[in-house]
Design a protein around this ligand. Structure first.
Ligand code: PLP
Length: 277
């Protein structure tokens, strides 16, 4: 695959912010985002929203960071260092979503690429967002997003559509776009039985399809975070949205091919393959 342009040593690379939760097992969340950011050559900044107690077997619980500390992290890096793109992951609660949305608006970041990955639950089904917060995600954060990247379970929760084929995927993309983001990506990676992983991008006018062979690994923890993180990096480099999503998809496909077993449960997708390139 073609990687993003690298910045020469000693020069400041593009700066990308992740607003997300920590995964103590190191497979998803902030840890996955920072791994992808680093291996794509951008400077990582973080606003931690929650600390999960997690291993390869699942999420045992989480602690939410106070909202003033979350707003403070975002403000501190935006006002000093500057942000070329940001992404959100686990946001846990309505209060945290409102804080992130309010801070984004107050800092005048409307023109900055903003990828919202509407994380609702882990692959084991453990909740990472209180169900009462779904409405806040739709009404407060989606209208600020350059791109939303739900998987099929999240699509069902957010817009009540069961995606089973191309037609329902298009229907879902339209319903998501109607909530206010500039672009909606409906990821087809969970379309069971398909030998492909067809993702569909929509900007309110045109559909763009991104297909890749389905990589059937038992170890795909952190795949969603990794796709959104890589897409944010490409946007920070000034790629158009279809180019950035194509890049994110190619990156996560390679990370899926490089996934490894870990502990007694699900292993993570791995950006470490880049070190061998
Ligand atoms: N833990 C954290 C902190 C996350 O942000 C995420 C996903 O965004 C997960 C766990 C779940 O990852 P997966 O669905 O790949 O298990």
């Amino acid at each position: 695959m073609n990687f993003l342009p690298l910045t020469p040593p000693g020069q400041t690379p593009p700066r990308v912010l992740t607003i997300a939760g920590s995964d103590s097992g190191g497979g998803a969340g902030i840890q996955a985002d920072m791994r992808t950011f680093a291996l794509l050559g951008v400077h990582s900044m973080v606003a931690i929203t929650a600390v999960t107690v997690q291993n390869s077997l699942g999420v045992k619980g989480f602690h939410e960071i106070p909202t003033d500390v979350i707003a403070g992290q975002i403000e501190a890096v935006v006002t000093d260092i500057g942000v070329q793109a940001a992404k959100t992951g686990m946001l846990a609660s309505s209060e945290i979503i409102e804080t992130v949305a309010g801070t984004w608006r107050d800092l005048g970041l409307a023109g900055t690429p903003f990828v919202v990955d509407p994380v609702c639950a882990s692959m084991h089904g453990d909740p990472l967002l209180h169900s009462s917060a779904l409405g806040t995600l739709r009404t407060e954060l989606f209208p600020l997003a350059s791109l939303v990247t739900p998987n099929l379970d999240e699509v069902r929760l957010l817009v009540g559509i069961e995606v089973v084929d191309e037609q329902t995927q298009r229907h879902a993309a339209k319903a998501l776009h109607a909530l206010g983001p500039q672009w909606a990506l409906v990821k087809g990676g969970h379309l069971r039985g398909s030998a492909h992983s067809p993702d569909l991008l929509y900007d309110g006018t045109e559909f763009y399809e991104f297909d890749a062979p389905r990589v059937d690994t038992g170890h795909d923890h952190g795949a969603g975070d990794t796709l959104a993180a890589a897409t944010a990096c490409a946007l920070a480099h000034g790629y158009s949205m279809p180019e950035a999503v194509a890049f994110g998809k190619a990156w996560v496909t390679e990370c899926l091919r490089a996934a490894y077993p870990l502990g007694a449960g699900h292993g993570p997708v791995s950006a470490l393959f880049r070190l061998q390139a």
